[in-house]
Design a protein around this ligand. Structure first.
Ligand code: HMG
Ligand code: MG
Length: 303
């Protein structure tokens, strides 16, 4: 059975733009987020408070936040989460009135080192006070877990290893766990196996989200598999922007338009206006100087 409704967690402004070679001006980012909110998306990840040398594309987080401050009043229910890797990042986010944050762990050692300069367990220890302090400030934390299916350096990742790290994020207080296929190697059977392993280990399926990158063209099939396993929160990126600067071979996320096209066809509600979203991705593609990789965007906008 499929859910009646899916909540899309839009990551284009963060996962998408963090991987662009060109630095996008802060005014354009602000307009991008505003346009995404206007399409009906209600969870729009805005930026990251990471080290500016690690991700220069998002070094303007402090300048972006005040430009977004009016959006939640304009679009009731709008959530604008931001990534924070550590307490320094949380301090910056709270100082700029973030109302939702996300920490990002790794299921593998190699990626933890490359992305966070820590072992996987050291990274967990770094996140714990972040999640606790955020909760004390009334700010919920999402937990991302990267490399849930395969890792470009370590190969296939054992399901038990993924479950151990994912449960650690839930136990420390993350309200949602986003299972990341950072390099896009997952296939639908593996998705079902992983989600079943989580639910059998006591993770409520309502708290799981899926985060697919489309490197091998599997993101939509993997999403459908996850929905059939009971997941109702899906991460996607407008126009299919994205990747991760610290994961070789990661390409764009599942395109939000491709997702909405499929869900519209299945009669699953998202609240998103596909025409407005496609126009937004076309507008962003012109800013980035390259066409959107989304098949739906290309089909609807033409060459
Ligand atoms: P580090 O070098 O180990 O940091 O980096 P440190 O803790 O040793 O601190 C060194 C200096 O950096 C200190 O300054 C800190 O204050 C400063 P000093 O005292 O020497 O003057 N510093 C900061 N400054 C500003 N903001 C901060 C911050 N933290 C420390 N937040 C660190 C460790 C975690 C900071 C670094 O590795 C980092 O920023 N990594 C982020 C990498 C990243 O953003 N990757 C992309 C997001 S993850 C992703 O895309 C995957 C996902 O989409 C899911 C999927 O697809 O799988 C979520
Ligand atoms: Mg990602």
């Amino acid at each position: 059975a499929l859910p009646d409704r899916v909540r899309i967690h839009e990551v284009g402004a963060r996962d998408g733009l963090q991987n662009e070679g060109a630095l996008v001006p802060v005014e354009v980012k602000a307009e991008f987020v505003a346009r995404l909110a206007a399409t009906g998306l209600r969870t729009v990840e805005a930026t990251s408070f990471v080290h500016p040398k690690w991700v220069p594309q998002l070094a303007d987080a402090e300048e972006l936040m005040p430009r977004l401050a009016g959006l939640p009043a304009q679009y009731p229910g709008l959530r604008l989460p931001v990534l924070v890797p550590n307490e320094r990042g949380l301090d910056r986010a709270l100082a700029h009135h973030a109302t939702e944050v996300a920490v990002f762990a790794s299921a593998t050692e190699t990626f933890a080192r490359r992305n966070l300069n820590r072992s996987a367990d050291e990274a967990m220890a770094m996140f714990r006070p972040v999640v606790e302090r955020a909760a004390a400030a009334g700010v919920p934390s999402r937990g991302y877990l990267s490399m849930c299916f395969g890792d470009p350096w370590e190969g296939p990742v054992p399901v038990e290893q993924v479950v151990r790290h994912g449960l650690a994020l839930l136990e420390m207080g993350c309200v949602e766990l986003s299972l990341g296929d950072t390099v896009g190697v997952a296939t639908p059977g593996h998705v079902n196996t992983l989600i079943d392993a989580f639910t059998r280990s006591g993770a409520p399926v309502e708290r799981l989200a899926v985060h697919f990158h489309d490197t091998y063209g599997q993101a939509l099939a993997n999403t459908l598999a996850a929905l059939r396993s009971g997941v109702t929160v899906v991460d996607a990126s407008a126009g299919g922007l994205g990747g991760c600067p610290y994961a070789k071979s990661a390409t764009g996320n599942l395109a939000t338009e491709d997702l909405v096209w499929m869900l519209n066809g299945l009669g699953v509600e998202t609240g998103v206006d596909l025409a407005a979203l496609t126009a937004t991705s076309g507008w962003m593609a012109r800013h980035l100087g390259r066409p959107s990789p989304s098949r739906t965007v290309r089909a609807l906008l033409g060459p």
